[in-house]
Design a binder for this molecule. Structure first.
Ligand SMILES: NC(=O)C1=CN([C@@H]2O[C@H](COP(=O)(O)OP(=O)(O)OC[C@H]3O[C@@H](n4cnc5c(N)ncnc54)[C@H](OP(=O)(O)O)[C@@H]3O)[C@@H](O)[C@H]2O)C=CC1
Ligand SMILES: O=C(O)C1=N[C@H](C(=O)O)C[C@H](O)C1
Length: 244
């Protein structure tokens, strides 16, 4: 297998995880300004991408057109981008692409718990907290969490969270993602964290997940690497691989 963004914060953790795995071999790595065709010349079967939202689409198009399976952690995938990827894999039958906003098992579970809880509470807001080098806000995980919450509330006929705010300094109430308020904190010392706050009469529920180390993403990524060859087409999130 290979890694794109191999010198980055997560890329380094993935390379180490692969070296420690008896059943996987790291045959090629590529970082900024290095040649992506190294994956073709080395016969790499699966490539993991942890780069950045500006370059990931070009990387993916190259991989799929060359019949190389891809496991993607890089953020920035809206419905339009996912549709574009579906088009590429349709033209390359047998090639699999897995795109997941978060590979940490606790994060995946916390999204599920939030989805299940969403319809029982009047109010819900999301706070995501990350290291200050993060390029995008809100995080990909927060986008996905808000979308799942919104979907669950709409299906149950629950409306927007009550909010009497009449005057507001720009940004004070966070971003509106599918009708759910999402607040982004960037703080030195943090890795990746998220809280989903739910409230109703006389009680609140807080669902919190903390990635305290980037090794938290490694088992989910390696599961994707092992399974993607058997999953042609586009898979979004690692949930199907966990048999949820
Ligand atoms: N899905 C998940 O579970 C997770 C997703 N992420 C996401 O993964 C992405 C990477 O995160 P992180 O590792 O913290 O970021 P980093 O900036 O630490 O790493 C990105 C690496 O990719 C390199 N790079 C830039 N352009 C290219 C290119 N065209 N080809 C190859 N490599 C390139 C960068 O080089 P340079 O620094 O020189 O630009 C850098 O070495 C982000 O989108 C982040 O949100 C992060 C954690 C978990
Ligand atoms: O940039 C990060 O660090 C992370 N990015 C992903 C996101 O945007 O959700 C996953 C995790 O939160 C870490």
């Amino acid at each position: 297998m290979g890694v794109l963004g191999a010198k980055g914060k997560v890329g380094q953790a993935i390379c180490k995880g692969v070296e420690d795995a008896a059943d996987l071999e790291l045959v090629a790595t590529v970082d900024k300004d290095e040649r992506i065709d190294a994956f073709v010349t080395s016969g790499t079967q699966v490539v993991v991408d942890f780069t950045n939202p500006d370059v990931v689409m070009g990387n993916l198009e190259f991989l799929v057109r060359n019949g190389i399976h891809a496991v993607v952690g890089t953020t920035g995938f809206d419905e339009e981008r996912l549709e574009q990827v579906r088009g590429w894999v349709a033209e390359s039958p047998g090639t699999g692409v897995l795109i997941a906003p978060n590979f940490a098992i606790g994060a995946v579970l916390s999204m599920r718990f939030a989805q299940a809880a969403a319809r029982f509470f009047d109010s819900v807001e999301v706070i995501e907290l990350h290291h200050p080098n993060k390029l995008d806000a809100p995080s990909g995980t927060a986008y996905r969490t808000a979308a799942l919450i919104a979907e669950a509330r709409a299906a149950a006929g629950v409306g927007r969270s009550p909010d009497a705010t009449a005057t507001e300094l720009d940004g004070a109430r966070g971003a509106d993602v599918d009708g759910v308020r999402v607040h982004s904190v960037r703080l030195a010392g943090l890795v990746a964290h998220q809280e989903i706050l739910l409230g109703t009469q006389g009680e609140t529920l807080t669902i919190r997940h903390d990635s305290i180390d980037r090794t938290s993403f490694v088992p989910g990524v390696l599961l994707g690497v092992r399974e993607i060859g058997a999953r042609p087409g586009l898979t979004v999130g690692i949930d199907p691989l966990l048999n949820f």
